[in-house]
Design a protein around this ligand. Sequence first.
Ligand SMILES: Cc1cc2nc3c(=O)[nH]c(=O)nc-3n(C[C@H](O)[C@H](O)[C@H](O)COP(=O)(O)OP(=O)(O)OC[C@H]3O[C@@H](n4cnc5c(N)ncnc54)[C@H](O)[C@@H]3O)c2cc1C
Length: 370
Amino acid sequence: MPSVLVIGGGLAGAAAATHLARAGCEVLLLERERGPHDKVCGEFLSFEAQDELRDLGVDLQALGAVPINRVALAYKQAETATPLDFTGLSLSRRVLDEAVLARAIAAGAQVRRGVRATTLERSGGGWSVTTDTGETIKAQAVFLATGKHDLRGWRRPSGPQPDLLGFKIYWRLAGPCSLGSTVELHLFPSGYAGLQMVEGGRANLCLVVHKAAFAALGGKWEALVTHLRETCPSLAARLSGAAPCLPRPLAIAAIPYGLVQRHSEGVWRLGDQAAVIPSFTGEGMSLALHSARHAVEWFEAGRSAEDYQRKLARDLAGQVRRSTLASRALVAPIPQGLIGRLLTPMLMRRTLRTTRIRPSVRAGLADLSS
Ligand SMILES: Cc1cc2nc3c(=O)[nH]c(=O)nc-3n(C[C@H](O)[C@H](O)[C@H](O)COP(=O)(O)OP(=O)(O)OC[C@H]3O[C@@H](n4cnc5c(N)ncnc54)[C@H](O)[C@@H]3O)c2cc1C
């Protein structure tokens, strides 16, 4: 019986497995996908995420990550741009998640691919997990890192901004591409889209749109792209002559933006299972990696999952709440207009700073007394 079972091999699960194995735990990780795969994600790596990944031994430059040092927001004909406070990086999740899983294996974690956990129940003093391969696995502790997917019986609440759908697709932009090291945020009626280069000369277009607006377009991706071209001149210019690199976009429904889990019910909730920050912040991966490190530190110190969850919620609640307020404004017609007209580079920098994980929170990991 492994002492710890990690369910989910995305960034949070793979990082936790690495930290646990390095601390000498016997750890088994289950990942339902058999191999490298794409994910709905803007793929912007903040400074904080880069720091966590460096600590895990992931060399982002060697993997081909693209530097991002400027952010631009476009609304109708208006554009506001500012340099970032740091150099961000952009790397596909297909490459990144594999690299972090490889670190977990190198640290001594056992990783099983193509195995999906189907149920999770208490059993004696520990836990019992069944899988789609028909096995039952017992463990003393469980780290839940299934990201956007909820296990049966472990559904997360919907969060304060639950009405957006997410899409992601790569494009090969036409002609000389001036996107360079800028991440662009394009506002359109009922949503916003992020565009940035990733490795291999492709541009990642990742967007969120109101469910009702998508339904009004007949629920068709092609109709949404036409809508974007018609209502968002900045994005239309970028996509002019561009070719999609995937036959279909990846999609995700029911994103519980703004959710912060305050109770653990005995499992160590990580990443999107613990807190979901709106995507325009580019902080989701940073929070996933932070939660993994934080959880392992508290686990090793003999603290309870409930204590960890409460502390994490206290640390992240303000950042997630502010980001969700801004996310609401980004998709509502009147605030969109105000943002488009009144946003200055300085205001943009300030807003972005308030969506980042606070340095005191990152530095306070060792403070196990609170
Ligand atoms: C539209 C959008 C854009 C975003 N853009 C950015 C961005 O630019 N920058 C940023 O930092 N963050 C971004 N995020 C957030 C980021 O993608 C997530 O916060 C991050 O992926 C969370 O990591 P995770 O490990 O918790 O979950 P995931 O990355 O979702 O990993 C979960 C893993 O668990 C596996 N799994 C699921 N169920 C089971 C099961 N039952 N058994 C076994 N395995 C299972 C899955 O296959 C998956 O590999 C964005 C999110 C959205 C929705």
